[in-house]
Design a protein around this ligand. Structure first.
Ligand code: ADE
Ligand code: ZN
Length: 322
């Protein structure tokens, strides 16, 4: 078997960020929404900096206005995932974009997405779980509203709570109330940290939000005692190498710290983050890592075992995927 054929587990995927450009353009046309500045001449998402990326991301969500739009998005995203050999994925979903924090509206969005995911599971054999996500630069009050939505809909399909957005805004601890609420509802926790922020941001995430996974976490490479802490506390990193290269967090796949973190004993996994924004897919991530580090079938199988073990799903689901 080639490394390319290893069934893939993806833990870090933003649903809007995974929207194929053609899908967003199609909705924009249907709804006569002007998306100037979102796409370049070749039809790819376009931005120069991380903050521009966040703005373009939010501009693209302007066409996603109803539960039905999100159901169609879920189908489109899962088709891409399945085409790249993904058998289990977790996706970040933000109440901010799905009803603006209103609980009744959120339930409708969720119901539509879950139905689409179940249909995709029947048709393509891919399993999806949702991680409700607050957006850091929208502030702690919006995060509380998102956590309330998460807590009220926690269950079989919504299994986690997380935070994305601009890591340089405020502190992880500013969002402790939201994370406490989610934890009390039985949700598993992750947050973006150590993408743009340094080791201190990761330490705050562990101490103040008590997360068991960290999105990115690549800045740990500069801090040996933080690496020890990650190992000791069994914290899993959702590493997104192609995202880091595309956004300039690291200069190249060859210079990416994922191999050194793994060699040091940190539990790392591989995801795409926002694949069309970063011109990537899970297939490309594996190809680039094979090229950069010589990883083969056994390496990717081992990384996927870590990912499945760290997945925010119940044990029956885990056993079925394994
Ligand atoms: N939202 C979508 N992609 C993100 C990233 N790479 N970092 C922070 N927030 C995000
Ligand atoms: Zn992310």
């Amino acid at each position: 078997m080639s490394y390319r054929d290893v069934p893939k587990i993806e833990l870090h995927l933003h649903i809007e960020g995974a929207a194929p450009p053609g899908f967003i353009r199609g909705l924009a046309q249907e709804k006569s929404v002007n998306l100037t500045g979102v796409f370049d001449e070749a039809g790819h998402y376009t931005y120069r900096t991380f903050n521009e990326f966040l703005s373009v991301y939010e501009a693209a969500t302007e066409v996603l206005k109803s539960p039905r739009d999100y159901a169609r998005l879920t189908t489109a995203v899962l088709e891409e995932c399945a085409a790249n050999g993904v058998v289990y994925a977790e996706t970040f979903i933000s109440p901010d974009f799905c009803g603006g924090g209103d609980l009744a509206a959120w339930r409708e969005y969720l119901h539509a997405m879950q139905e689409a995911a179940e249909a995709a599971e029947r048709a393509m054999g891919i399993t999806l779980r949702g991680i409700v996500t607050c957006v850091r630069h929208f502030g702690p009050d919006k995060a509380k509203a998102s956590a309330r939505c998460a807590a009220e809909t926690a269950g079989n399909w919504i299994t986690g709570f997380g935070m994305g957005g601009d890591e340089m805004m405020g502190h992880q601890g500013d969002f402790a109330y939201a994370f406490d609420m989610a934890r009390e509802a039985g949700l598993r926790l992750t947050t973006h940290a150590g993408e743009w922020g340094g080791p201190a941001s990761m330490r705050e995430a562990i101490r103040d939000l008590r997360v068991e996974r960290i999105g990115h976490g690549v800045q740990a490479i500069s801090d040996a005692s933080l690496i020890d802490e990650l190992i000791e506390k069994n914290i899993v990193l959702e590493v997104c190498p192609g995202s880091n290269v595309a956004l300039g967090v690291v200069p190249s796949f060859a210079a990416h710290p994922i191999a050194k973190l793994r060699e040091a004993g940190v539990r790392v996994t591989i995801s795409t983050d926002d694949p069309p924004f970063f011109h990537t897919t899970m297939t490309r991530e594996y190809d680039e890592l094979e090229r950069a580090f010589g990883w083969g079938e056994e390496d990717f199988a081992a990384l996927n075992r870590i990912a499945l073990d760290a997945a925010f799903c119940d044990d029956d689901t885990r056993a079925r995927i394994a």
